[in-house]
Design a protein around this ligand. Structure first.
Ligand code: GLU
Length: 498
């Protein structure tokens, strides 16, 4: 299996899903998962994009067995370092008549496009018809070709696509897929600077790296006939990997492919992690920084276009490896739903061991509480967190005395009875030896009953005193954790403000 990204920018959801399906399948089949960096197109190369891919895979815990970073028996795994390999394969195709030299200058290509442009065909391609009218080794006399080569005239090598031939292959998701060879143009295989194009490099490398399965985005389907012809021309067709072209991830309304712009417009990330464009400095938000757990992120992605045939939605990576199957990947695009993505995260946060959530609190809290209290806070608040950023939002008042207290919410129904109640309560709890949520609650309620006050009438003020506003888990749990001194301090501070 291989994931073969071009380092051109941040990794979109669809890219990570391609990694994920490759990874799951490879692990399920006890195969190797290879990361190959396809950086032959120097014009599209973006600084930092390769490192970003490693960081994303590390965050998602979808690490490859072989890659430019960890090496492996079929390296190098970066195509720019394999430049010297491809030339001889292009040459072999020329000798066999499956490829040809094309000497057309950019101006000649421009003129061709202008001349053959029609309404139905606004961008004519260099194909089996046009090639007959261009300057290449199929049209020029052999002596002239030889002279042009001797003179180091710039040339590219193009594939010689057959005319009107059926090209078919079996796609693991789509079944039999047929193309007519005349629909494909004579793609450039080797550029004037000796660099291969993606089409040549992908076939040569998949062969040399002994790739058995290749899953990639549906946008590559139109390239499949060219690749198949190359596998045939090289005589390697029996070694061609099994292909699967993964369906698109669609906008929430299902109208077209989900793009970065949709994320900006609708306020959700479409990249795995924050990506800073080195040219513009513009930052595109990622799921990681938004507060997603990698476990939730990959679970959500796996279910975008696949299910196990039951209602089950929550899967760990190990469960996914066991349950995944290509024949249950949907043929049609999957609509992205951010609310659903958040639901997955919420479920995963709930299931996280308290120690992990406590670790997040420890990282943010200035005032460190004992471990036992940290894990208790975690267990109290987990249920309330959708994003990891909610963890601190729901817990800060365990660590800091609230600076703002919403006394305006207490005032309208405040009276001397309630004031007396709270001053008596603080006096009473100063003496309490048994400091725990249960005793605190029963003492609080007993005192209220003895004063003919409904507990509900003093519970909300107590919450506001301790937290500053109407949020948080059980109020006696809060008092228990922050301790006697701090509880009394917060009550007295608010009484003074009232
Ligand atoms: N380098 C291609 C990309 O950037 C990979 C296509 C393939 O997997 O064959 O998507």
């Amino acid at each position: 299996m291989r994931f073969a990204p071009s380092p051109t920018g941040g990794l979109h959801l669809g890219g990570v899903r391609t990694v994920l399906y490759n990874y799951l399948f490879a692990h399920q089949q006890d195969g190797q998962f290879i990361l190959r960096i396809e950086d032959t197109d120097q014009a599209r190369y973006v600084e930092g994009a390769e490192q970003y891919i490693y960081d994303c895979l590390a965050w998602c815990r979808l690490e490859p067995h072989e890659s430019p970073a960890v090496g492996g028996p079929y390296g190098p795994y970066r195509q720019s370092e394999r430049k010297s390999i491809y030339g001889k394969y292009a040459q072999q195709l020329i000798e066999q008549g499956h490829a040809y030299y094309a000497f057309d200058t950019p101006e000649e290509l421009e003129a061709m496009r202008a001349n053959f442009k029609t309404e139905e065909n606004p961008s004519p391609q260099y194909n089996h018809i046009i090639r007959k009218m261009m300057r290449n080794s199929l049209t020029l006399p052999p002596a002239e070709v030889e002279q042009l080569l001797k003179d180091h005239t710039p040339f590219v090598i193009r594939i010689n696509m057959p005319e009107n031939e059926d090209i078919s292959f079996h796609d693991m998701i789509r079944g039999e897929v047929h193309f007519n060879s005349s629909q494909s143009d004579d793609k450039v295989l080797l550029k004037a600077d000796g660099m291969p194009t993606y089409h040549l490099a992908v076939v040569v490398d998949d062969y040399l790296m002994k790739i058995t399965h290749a899953f990639r985005g549906e946008e590559w389907l139109p390239s499949a006939p060219v690749h198949i012809m190359l596998w045939r021309y090289f005589g390697w067709i029996n070694d061609m990997p099994q292909w699967a072209h993964l369906p698109l991830i669609l906008k929430p309304d299902g109208k077209g492919k989900l793009s970065k712009r949709d994320g900006d417009r609708l306020g959700f990330p479409v990249f795995a992690m924050d990506w800073k464009d080195p040219a513009s400095g513009e930052v595109t938000r990622g799921f990681k920084e938004m507060g997603f757990l990698p476990e939730a992120f990959i679970n959500m992605l796996a279910l975008l276009g696949w299910n196990d045939g039951t209602e089950k939605e929550l899967f760990s990576k190990e469960e996914l490896i066991a349950a995944f199957s290509m024949d249950r990947v949907h043929k049609n695009g999957a609509k992205f739903n951010f609310e659903k993505a958040k639901w997955f995260n919420h479920e995963w946060i709930k299931r996280m061991p308290d120690e992990i959530i406590a670790g997040k609190l420890r990282a943010q809290a200035k005032n460190k509480l004992p471990d036992e209290k940290m894990t208790r806070i975690a267990s109290l608040i987990k249920e309330r967190c959708t994003l990891l950023t909610d963890v601190w939002e729901n817990a800060w008042f365990f660590f800091e005395t609230p600076a703002d207290v919403d006394v305006d919410s207490i005032r309208p129904r405040w009276n001397s009875d309630k004031r007396n109640f709270f001053s008596e309560w603080t006096t009473e709890i100063k003496e309490t030896i048994e400091w725990n949520a249960m005793t605190l609650e029963s003492k609080f309620k007993e005192l209220a009953a003895s004063k003919n006050i409904k507990p509900g009438d003093v519970l909300l003020p107590l919450r506001i005193m301790l937290v500053g506003k109407k949020i948080g888990p059980g109020v006696f749990d809060i008092a228990d954790i922050i301790g006697k001194e701090e509880t009394i301090k917060r009550v007295e501070l608010t009484l003074a403000r009232l």
